[in-house]
Design a protein around this ligand. Structure first.
Ligand SMILES: NC(=O)c1ccc[n+]([C@@H]2O[C@H](COP(=O)([O-])OP(=O)(O)OC[C@H]3O[C@@H](n4cnc5c(N)ncnc54)[C@H](OP(=O)(O)O)[C@@H]3O)[C@@H](O)[C@H]2O)c1
Length: 306
């Protein structure tokens, strides 16, 4: 059994090296060797067409939680597509979200700036029960983030495509409820997958529906943002500040206005850093499940796009 690795990003060599130490007979595209031997593929943003003409391909694994890098590839073989679901990945996202919520909620973004100007000024401490937080996406990441916020006593809302019942969280479903959800959200956390429906969802209209002075935390994908609209909302103070972890393209271009914007915190896609040896172990477990005719964790619904 051989496994083909295909990724076109700047991280490809590092990812390959990490996976290679755990996965048997891992080959890096275009060095496929005998194509008939390849039974599985591991990808992030694969080279277009690299998974074509693999007659014995049984499944494709994404090393990431998102599969947006692959859904537009019309040459994608019709085999199960499985994304990464991992406790460590979810925990990283919870930490990133909680850190940034507390930073904004307790005004640490202001205290950072004040220290540079030797300014001694206290800001009001708002009780978490009186801070309304909205989480876009209530899947593996969003649900864990929302539950961690409830544990800290925040007033939490969540928005998803299908109905959810989660203790302590007010849930909103679908496009019709989006404006209502946003109008009650002072700190917006985006952990949606990137699909045709969610591309550009952080735009002038949706940001305009937030209360004045809201905060944005984007850890979904860069293409969820209409960059110019996010910058305009920051410049007009519609948004007080933003913590942005994902961009289009990545790495973020040196000339991007996000880098030097006084109310933006840029991080280099680190909300949750993938542990590739855990990914490789998940792949091995999922291959066992597939061989036994069982459903692997993280099976993607191609129709929905996530
Ligand atoms: N920055 C980072 O380091 C990092 C790390 C990991 C993941 N991520 C991002 O986080 C995303 C989410 O990961 P996940 O594991 O939580 O995915 P998931 O388990 O598939 O959850 C996705 C959630 O989004 C909701 N959703 C999807 N399309 C929607 C729509 N059109 N309208 C409303 N809700 C919609 C889904 O609703 P239903 O529940 O109704 O299906 C679900 O609740 C990934 O795709 C990736 O882009 C980023």
């Amino acid at each position: 059994m051989a496994i083909l690795f295909s990724d076109s990003t700047y991280r490809a060599d590092n990812i390959f090296a990490a996976l290679q130490s755990v996965l048997p007979d891992l080959r890096k595209f275009p060095d496929t060797g005998n194509r008939e031997e390849i039974e599985y593929a591991v990808i992030w943003y694969p080279q277009a067409g690299s998974l074509r003409d693999l007659p014995n391909l049984k499944a494709i694994f994404s090393v990431a939680a998102g599969v947006d890098g692959i859904m537009n590839d019309t040459t994608l073989p019709d085999v199960p597509l499985i994304r990464t679901v991992d406790d460590g990945l979810t925990q990283g996202m919870v930490e990133y979200a909680i850190y940034n919520v507390l930073r904004f909620h307790r005004h640490f973004h202001l205290y950072d700036r004040q220290q540079h100007g030797s300014e001694w000024k206290q800001h009001p401490q708002i009780r978490p029960q009186n801070r309304r937080i909205g989480v876009m996406g209530l899947g593996e990441m969003g649900r864990a983030v929302a539950e961690a916020l409830v544990a800290l006593k925040f007033d939490v809302r969540g928005w998803s495509r299908s109905p959810k019942e989660i203790t302590g969280i007010k849930t909103f479903v679908g496009e019709k409820a989006l404006t209502d959800f946003l109008s009650q959200t002072e700190i917006l956390i985006n952990v949606l997958p990137l699909t045709t429906e969610t591309r550009g969802i952080l735009n002038a209209k949706t940001l305009g529906a937030l209360p004045d002075g809201a905060f944005l935390i984007n850890a979904g994908r860069g293409a969820h943002m209409v960059d110019g609209d996010v910058l305009a909302a920051l410049n007009s103070r519609k948004l007080t500040a933003a913590a942005l972890d994902v961009f289009t393209p990545e790495p973020l271009a040196p000339e991007s206005p996000f880098w030097k914007h006084p109310t933006v915190t840029v991080t280099p896609h680190i909300a949750s850093i993938t542990d590739f040896s855990a990914v490789a172990r998940n792949i091995i477990n999922n291959i066992k499940l597939l061989k036994n005719g069982q459903i692997p964790a993280g099976l993607v619904d191609r129709q929905r796009g996530y």
